[in-house]
Ligand binder design. Structure first.
Ligand SMILES: C[S@@+](CC[C@H](N)C(=O)[O-])C[C@H]1O[C@@H](n2cnc3c(N)ncnc32)[C@H](O)[C@@H]1O
Length: 213
């Protein structure tokens, strides 16, 4: 979507949570990769979606400084819980500070480590909602790793599936990220165990519903 549409949407949806506004500012000051943060347009969507699903258990792959984890945690039902997986331990202090300010510190467990390793330890869990936002070169692997952890009728969301429009180019750019996201989109599209939809919000968000095992 163009920036004019983004601005219009931002001016006509519910305002950003003040803690998330603070987190976005702090992320830009305290890290060198502020661009990775999902931001208010996607954050509000994640909160809305999570409130619709009312999940008891949520799993996130790729937490960065915690913006999307907090956005998703806003929709947790009752004493629901979110497992946030992040490979990089550089922003641990900021993440916990943000969870504390948002009042979700007790509702989110931060697992520092590579998703492939962490998910082995979470193998017994069943999730209502999984959010994939890790390394774009590993999306197919994440999908395979989390699929059995999602309950039938549960959802997997995946961010950046349009990859700046590069997945639509012909010929396809040869960089590893574009090739992997292209492969991921095809894999999801052809998976008869699911139904899915791509929302062209920001960089594209796929909503996948698991129909059967
Ligand atoms: C786009 S950022 C996530 C943004 C975050 N969801 C937000 O809303 O601000 C991607 C994150 O995934 C993490 N990551 C990359 N590969 C990973 C892996 N194999 N396991 C866990 N985290 C990973 C990166 O360190 C980075 O912080």
């Amino acid at each position: 979507m163009d920036s004019l549409t983004d601005d219009y949407l931002l001016n006509n949806i519910s305002p950003e949570d003040p803690v998330l506004e603070w987190l976005e500012r702090e992320t830009n000051i305290r890290t060198t990769h502020g661009r990775m943060l999902s931001g208010p347009l996607l954050g509000r969507l994640l909160t809305t979606f999570s409130r619709m699903v009312k999940p008891q258990r949520v799993l996130e792959i790729g937490t960065f400084t915690g913006y999307s984890a907090i956005s998703l945690a806003r929709g947790l039902e009752g004493c629901g819980h979110l497992d946030a997986v992040e490979k990089n331990n550089l922003h641990e202090e900021l993440i916990y500070e943000a969870f504390e300010r948002a009042g979700v510190r007790e509702r989110i467990t931060l697992h520092l480590g590579d998703a492939a390793d962490v998910l082995k330890n979470l193998a017994g869990n069943i999730y209502d909602l999984v959010y994939i936002d890790g390394n774009k070169r590993e999306y197919c692997k994440y999908y395979e790793l989390v699929f059995d952890l999602v309950r039938v009728g549960g959802y997997i969301l995946a961010d950046n599936v349009l990859w700046y429009g590069k997945v639509m180019r012909d010929p396809l750019p040869s960089d590893a990220q574009t090739k992997e996201i292209f492969r991921f989109n095809k894999m999801v599209h052809e998976d008869s165990r699911t139904e899915s939809y791509i929302l062209p919000v920001r960089d594209g968000l796929t909503i996948i519903r698991k129909l059967c095992k």
